[in-house]
Design a binder for this molecule. Structure first.
Ligand SMILES: C[S@@+](CC[C@H](N)C(=O)[O-])C[C@H]1O[C@@H](n2cnc3c(N)ncnc32)[C@H](O)[C@@H]1O
Length: 452
């Protein structure tokens, strides 16, 4: 197999004092997909993570990170010698080697992207939870009239090039900004603001929010550290403006306190930088799957952990009697205020502000719950939270997960506490990227019969 080395480049990472291989090219056959938006290949026994390739392709890759002593090298495809039948021309000019890091799979058909994500979810469950499952990733309808997989992202975090003031998106594993004049996966409501046509010198980042189901628009503008001054924000559409800070908080400058989202039969207030699902169909899709998994019954005591502005708590409450208890737990005080406002007409709903791991052991907090939904951030719930949920002896648990590795690890912890996986669904709520949303339904495992 021919290998060709280009002239040496300086070491790319701090740990690589050894000779850097950045810029070196190898010809390889691309192997299976791995978690994180790349495939695996081997060269002379060494593992290469390959971006922008597809399984089965013969390609030339260039090393982007790694040195002689590295266990594995990160690489990007610079030439496709034998393309996969799943390969397509990326719809966005900024997708591809060395460019925007936001999308990982624009070079694959939407169906192939789902197959790749399904393989990743199945592999994580096999490796971390010891489960052998045939996983399907379900397609989710995007905005009508747009090509599949485009125009869905209702929240976009733009970075700013400090020298030119141009906005863009970060390159893969880099602080460098790829300037863009449009983002192909951003919702039309984001693109209409004209953020890409302004000069943002003095600003570190801009988050744009285009609500689904209402015309509300908001931007969270975080001034650069040295700046301190909030710029005057003039965009092509009326927007609420927030000043962000490096800790992810947002303070209103002018306009509404947040945006109104419409989903699951309600209008939801989501303040400032508060969490809301990014795909316009996500809230309804997930609510339906969560209710299917939980099968709430009147009289149930229900828990919505990591509840945001109360989406699942509201949907569960609609299935219970008015006086039944639904408790949401959430660490963001703004989100808790929104949840209390959103479900103010539901007598049995209450919300606790605090970290789930702490609230579950607060004196006087629940000793028992019948059904529990949890939707933690990417890091997952972890062993302590899993143990505390299991102690409540729920009849059903639904785990909503945006990282299949954290989910698989936690499913393993649940198994140690006597809960088995009853069903798993996965949804393509982040087309073109490697992200995938999973819903795992857990129930108490039958007790093994006593040995005589
Ligand atoms: C993935 S979002 C889910 C929100 C909600 N279920 C929804 O679909 O709109 C995770 C939420 O957990 C909150 N959060 C993060 N860490 C937490 C913790 N340790 N305890 C409680 N809430 C936490 C975040 O503020 C965020 O609102």
């Amino acid at each position: 197999m021919p290998t060709f080395r280009s002239a040496g480049s300086p070491p790319s990472t701090a740990d690589d004092a050894a000779e850097s291989l950045v810029g070196t090219r190898y010809e390889v056959e691309v192997g299976p997909v791995a978690h994180g938006g790349h495939c695996v290949a081997r060269h002379e026994g060494r593992v290469l993570f390959v971006r922008h390739g597809l399984p089965g392709e013969r390609v030339v890759v260039e090393v982007t990170e790694g040195a002689e002593t590295s266990r594995f090298l990160r690489t990007d495809v610079v030439e496709v010698l034998t393309p996969s039948p799943d390969r397509v021309q990326p719809p966005c000019p900024y997708a591809g080697p060395g460019r925007c890091g936001g999308c990982d799979w624009q070079h694959a058909t939407p169906a192939a992207q789902r197959a790749l994500k399904a393989a990743v979810v199945a592999e994580q469950l096999r490796r971390l939870a010891g489960l052998d499952l045939d996983v399907q990733v379900e397609a989710v309808d995007g905005p009508p009239g747009l090509p599949e997989g485009l125009g869905w992202r209702t929240r976009v975090q733009f970075a700013v090039d400090p020298d030119s003031g141009a906005v863009g998106l970060r390159k893969h594993r880099s602080h460098d900004v790829q300037p863009i004049d449009a983002c192909a996966i951003a919702a039309p409501g984001v693109e209409e603001l004209g953020i890409e046509r302004r000069d943002w010198r003095g600003v570190a980042s801009i988050e744009a929010v285009a609500a689904s189901g209402s015309l509300d628009r908001a931007v969270v503008v975080t001034p650069a550290e040295h700046e301190g001054r909030m710029p005057i924000v003039e965009l092509d559409r009326p927007v609420a403006v927030f000043r962000g800070d490096e800790r992810g908080r947002a303070k209103r400058v002018h306009g509404r306190a947040g945006v109104r989202e419409v989903a699951a039969g309600r209008t939801w207030r989501v303040s400032g930088a508060g969490f809301w699902q990014v795909h316009p169909a996500a809230a309804d899709t997930l609510v339906a799957a969560v209710l299917d998994g939980l099968e709430p019954r009147p009289g149930d005591v229900a828990l919505d952990l990591y509840c945001g502005v109360g989406l699942f708590a509201g949907a569960i409450a609609d299935r219970l009697a008015d006086s039944d208890t639904v408790i949401g737990v959430e660490s963001s005080r703004d989100a808790v205020e929104d949840a209390r406002h959103n479900l103010r007409a539901v007598p049995g709903a209450r919300f606790e502000a605090g970290r789930v791991e702490r609230v579950l052991t607060r004196p006087g907090f629940l000793r028992r719950a019948d059904i529990v939904v949890l939707d933690p951030p990417r890091a997952g719930a972890g062993k302590t939270v899993v143990e505390r949920i299991a102690r409540l002896t729920p009849r059903r648990i639904v785990y909503v997960a945006c990282d299949p590795a954290a989910l698989a690890r936690d499913v393993g912890y649940f198994a140690q506490r006597g809960y088995r996986l009853r069903a798993l669904r996965a949804f393509d709520l982040f087309p073109q990227t490697h992200h995938v949303e999973c819903i795992a339904v857990l129930e108490p495992a039958p007790k093994a019969p006593k040995q005589r």
